[in-house]
Every structure is written in C-alpha cells, then in structure tokens.
Design a protein around this ligand. Structure first.
Ligand SMILES: Nc1ncnc2c1ncn2[C@@H]1O[C@H](COP(=O)(O)OP(=O)(O)OP(=O)(O)O)[C@@H](O)[C@H]1O
Ligand SMILES: [Mg+2]
Length: 313
C-alpha cells in the first residue's frame, strides 16, 4: 500500500484544564478528500491546527509522508496549504494585490508569482473580479480568496476549516466546484464541516467527531448503510422505557435500541413497519408516547444514533 500522506496517532490536546482532543487516530490516503464532521466544539479546528503544525499536541504524533511533523517542520510545511476559518485580507487592496502579497510570503516572485496568482484566481472562479477591492466582496467571495491564497505555493495537501460557514449559495457552489476540480487534479484535501450534506457529497471518507473523539470513520455510504432502514425516536413517560425497549427488541424490524434520557433511539430495518409495531407495544403496555420521530438514514442519523444529540440545533 502507498504511504499515507498523513498519519495521525493518538493525538491529544489539553487547553488549561479542558481536553479538546482526546486520542484521535486516522490516516489520509494520497488523493482523497477526507472529512471531519462534527458539531461546534467537537475539536475540529484544534485537530486541524495540530495537523498543520500551528499547534503543538499535548501528546501523540502527526506524520506527513512518513516524517514527523514536529521534528522536520519547514520542509513539510511547504507541502501544506491551510485555509483557516478566519483569515485577514487587506480590505482596501484588490484581491489580486492581496494574493501577490501572500505569494511573497511563500517566496514567490516576478513572473512565476503573477502566473500563479492568475491560476489560483481561475481555480476559485474570481478572475473577473480580481482588480476589485476586497471590501467590495461578499463574505463568500472573501472565503474563496482565502482558498486561493492557500493554493499559491502548490501544496500537496489542502486543509479547509469549515469553508462554507456563513457563505452565500453562489459562493458555496463555487467552493464545491473548486474542491472537486482540485481533487480531480490530484490534490489531497482535509475538509472540516458541521454540515452532513457537504461531508456526504464531497468526502471519500468521513470521521465523525464529538467531544474530542472520533466516534465513527468510514465512507459516507457505509456509515449511512449501517443505519439500516432509519431511526425511530420515541419519547415515553419515565417508568415504561425499559419494558417497551425489552418488548420491542423482539421485533425482526428492530436492530437495536438505545435509551437516552426519556427517549428510545431505535435502529430499524424498515422504519415505517417498526413504528407500527412499537406503537402496538406501547399501547399494550399502557405507555404514554410523548414524542415520535422517524429519521431517514443519513450522516446526521449516524450522529444521533451514536450520541443522542443533533449535529446542529
Ligand atoms: N485557545 C483555546 N483555549 C482554550 N480552549 C479552547 C481553545 N480553542 C478551543 N478551545 C476549546 O476546545 C474545544 C474544541 O474547540 P475547537 O475550536 O477545536 O472545536 P471545533 O470543532 O472547531 O468547533 P467549531 O465548529 O465551533 O469551529 C472547545 O470546547 C473550545 O472551547
Ligand atoms: Mg472550528
């Protein structure tokens, strides 16, 4: 097997007394789009900061192409493109001049720099706006210039931290297109998001993260398939949870049931059929149903099944 471009082993990060990342391990293969999907505070930015060498791990290791990121950082960092959640652009300068400025930081100069700026503007679809001042850009267009800046030095791997948050639909589509095009041209991408639709659509593999840990890691299709025919969430008055769970587990349409607070989270083979049977059971046991929800199998359902909560409120 080809050496993974990134190998993360048992990564931990503690801020003061808070453990933001608690033992994360995964590998990213060359040429893949690898997703970190998780809610606010899951530890995505902290993880990406350690992977790009901006933040020292409390323990654990990050290897790029088999080399330790901490010990030989300069050579390795030139292979990394990083687009943070927020990046300062000069508002009174044009997009073109901003990119020239960032290119010089990467030691690009002269004709090579100008050509490269033209190329990255083309990639993010903003060539015709290049001479306009940044303060005339929408939030989404600024985000696309951030991505362009991260591409100037032709990295081997691009880290994108929630690139579509707060972005208008037009720029969101432009970002999806750029990501797809770059990946088809051979670029490896790590993409963090709390939108399950994006993880599903863009990523070859997805690590679902919550509270500093990876709780599931697979292709979107396999993760979704593991949900079978979808979830039922049945709220019950306390006291009947256990008995309804026990009876329901006898049904062939039910794979497993978790009890979370006052709800049963039921993984089914066929949600509609299972629902009818569960309601027969609640009525037989004289249990009061306080809420009822059928959830289609998708990455959000995987998250709910594993944590009991939603990715977003
Ligand atoms: N510099 C810091 N000092 C102290 N605590 C921090 C710091 N940065 C992050 N944290 C805490 O670490 C946890 C993980 O934060 P992180 O920013 O990595 O999450 P995230 O998944 O990127 O969230 P978001 O979706 O909101 O960007 C949070 O509880 C956060 O409050
Ligand atoms: Mg973040």
């Amino acid at each position: 097997m080809e050496l993974p471009i990134v190998t993360v082993n048992d990564l931990h990060k503690t801020y003061d007394d808070e453990e933001a990342v608690r033992g994360v391990s995964f590998q990213i293969a060359k040429g893949e789009i690898f997703g970190l999907l998780g809610p606010n505070g899951a530890g995505k930015t902290t993880t990406i900061s350690m992977l790009t060498g901006l933040l020292e791990p409390t323990s654990g290791s990050v290897k790029m192409n088999g080399e330790d990121l901490t010990s030989n950082s300069n050579g390795l960092k030139s292979k990394i493109g990083f687009v943070p959640q927020e990046l300062a652009l000069y508002p009174t300068l044009s997009a073109y001049d901003n990119l020239i400025f960032f290119g010089r930081i990467y030691n690009l100069n002269g004709k090579v720099l100008k050509e490269r700026v033209a190329e990255v503007l083309e990639i993010v679809g903003l060539t015709d706006r290049a001479k306009d001042r940044i303060d005339t850009y929408s939030g989404g267009m600024k985000r696309r210039i951030n991505i362009a800046a991260g591409l100037l030095h032709q990295p081997e791997i691009l880290f994108l931290d929630e690139p579509t948050v707060g972005v208008d639909p037009q720029s969101r589509n432009a970002i999806f297109e750029s990501v797809g095009k770059l990946n088809r041209a051979g670029l490896t991408i790590l993409y963090t998001t709390h939108y399950m639709e994006e993880a599903d659509r863009l990523c070859n593999r997805v690590a679902i993260v919550d509270q500093g840990k990876i709780i599931a890691l697979d292709t979107p299709n396999s993760l979704i398939r593991s949900m079978g025919g979808g979830l039922l969430k049945v709220g019950l008055l306390n006291g009947k949870l256990k008995s309804v769970q026990k009876e329901s587990l006898k049904l062939s349409t039910i794979k497993d049931i978790q009890v979370q607070e006052n709800q049963l989270i039921i993984r089914t083979t066929r949600a509609q059929e299972a629902l009818v049977s569960v309601l027969e059971i609640t009525s037989k046991l004289d249990a009061t149903v306080t809420s009822l929800e059928i959830l289609e199998p998708n990455l959000e359902t995987v998250f709910i099944h594993l944590t009991g909560s939603k990715l977003r409120d």
